[in-house]
Write a new protein. Structure first.
Length: 356
């Protein structure tokens, strides 16, 4: 496992996940399985973190009065007050810079970038300061900042509202980058991210905000940097994260009808990368396909393919393939279904692997 950052404590081994539309279960019911959306699970994670640690503050554009564009922060300002949950001007660079200063002085900021591409004005603050201050101070200053970014397409959004920018952040040493694929894991990963001493880019797949699952919301489970096998299989490894996890599982179920037994791995953490889980799977199956919404050229999947080729070369029955977005600016809503990876495109990739 590639781990260059601090590893916060994370206990247990319980799987499970959830989603927006429903109200998340209260603290007493949180450990009992119940239908929940990803948005509701994230809302509960924020509320539980605010209640558990008075250093936690939540802020960003429209997160207080409106409750966020996707209502992920709904009700938090009323419950915790304007000193803990507050709105900011439309100034992403200022939001991140303020969070850095607050973290340097003992607070734990959880900030929201309203949409993926809205975060680009803050990129200099993230890459030059948020990611580097611990190294710059030789470990004397930690920045426990969580940057929540609704990312990806699938909601009929236009340009600047549907970007998949994970490769920019994963390429930057000093940042953790995570993305949940299920509601329950959204709760777990956000709680773990807020407790982590490292800065975390928390990529929320907005197309899955309203997807439901019946699950218990708990922090018990795998640590923040560990990948999960969502579906066991024997002759193909399908690797995904964020919004593509559900698509990958659906494709794996469809592939069974064609005689292919597909294992699905949910990366969860993009940086650091759990190479041990990936290589163990691919050495067993001999084949791998990586799926993500972002453009293929120099995309995150290229790094996965390179590492698997280097470490599993003598176990591979076929080249590692990628199913990705097209190498174009994000298309208008009525064309996005051509751009986004689909079950059919994944099945076509699996079919093209060496089977004879």
């Amino acid at each position: 496992m590639t781990t260059a950052l601090h590893s916060p404590a994370a206990a247990g081994t319980a799987p499970g996940d959830t989603a927006p539309g429903d109200t998340a279960p209260g603290p007493a019911a949180a450990a009992r399985p119940a239908p929940v959306t990803m948005a509701a699970a994230l809302n509960r994670a924020l509320a539980d973190s605010l209640a558990a640690d008075e250093r936690v503050v939540v802020f960003g554009e429209d997160v207080a009065t409106l409750g966020g564009v996707f209502r992920v922060t709904d009700g938090l300002a009323a419950r915790f007050g304007p000193a803990r949950v507050f709105d900011t001007p439309l100034a992403e660079s200022g939001i991140v810079g303020t969070a850095i200063g607050m973290a340097m002085n003992g607070l734990v900021p959880v900030i929201e970038m309203q949409f993926d591409a809205f975060a680009y004005p803050a990129f200099e603050q993230v890459t030059s300061h948020l990611a580097k201050l611990r190294n710059r101070t030789r470990g004397r200053v930690s920045l426990p900042v969580v940057v929540r970014v609704p990312f990806g397409g699938g909601i009929g959004g236009v340009e600047h509202h549907s970007d998949s920018s994970e490769a920019y952040y994963a390429h930057t040493p000093g940042l953790r980058v995570v993305s949940p694929g299920t509601p329950a894991d959204a709760y777990r990963l956000l709680r773990q991210s807020i407790e982590c001493p490292d800065p975390v880019i928390f990529l929320e797949p907005k197309r899955r905000y309203w997807g439901k699952e019946t699950a218990a919301l708990t922090t018990a489970g795998p640590p923040i940097e560990q990948a999960l096998i969502r579906r066991p299989g024997t002759n193909v490894t399908l690797i995904a994260y964020g919004g593509m996890v559900s698509t990958a599982v659906e494709a794996a179920e469809a592939a069974a009808g064609e005689g292919w037994d597909v294992e699905v791995i949910d990366l969860r953490s993009l940086a650091p990368l759990d190479e041990a889980t990936l290589t163990e799977s691919v050495r067993r199956t001999g084949r791998a396909v990586v799926v993500h919404e972002a453009q293929g050229f120099a995309g995150y999947g290229a790094e996965i393919a390179a590492r698997l080729t280097e470490q599993c070369f003598y176990h591979l029955e076929a080249p590692v393939l990628r199913v990705t977005g097209l190498d174009i600016p994000y298309p208008p809503p009525y064309l996005e279904h051509f751009h986004l990876p689909s079950v059919d495109r994944i099945l076509d990739a699996i079919a093209s692997l060496e089977w004879e």
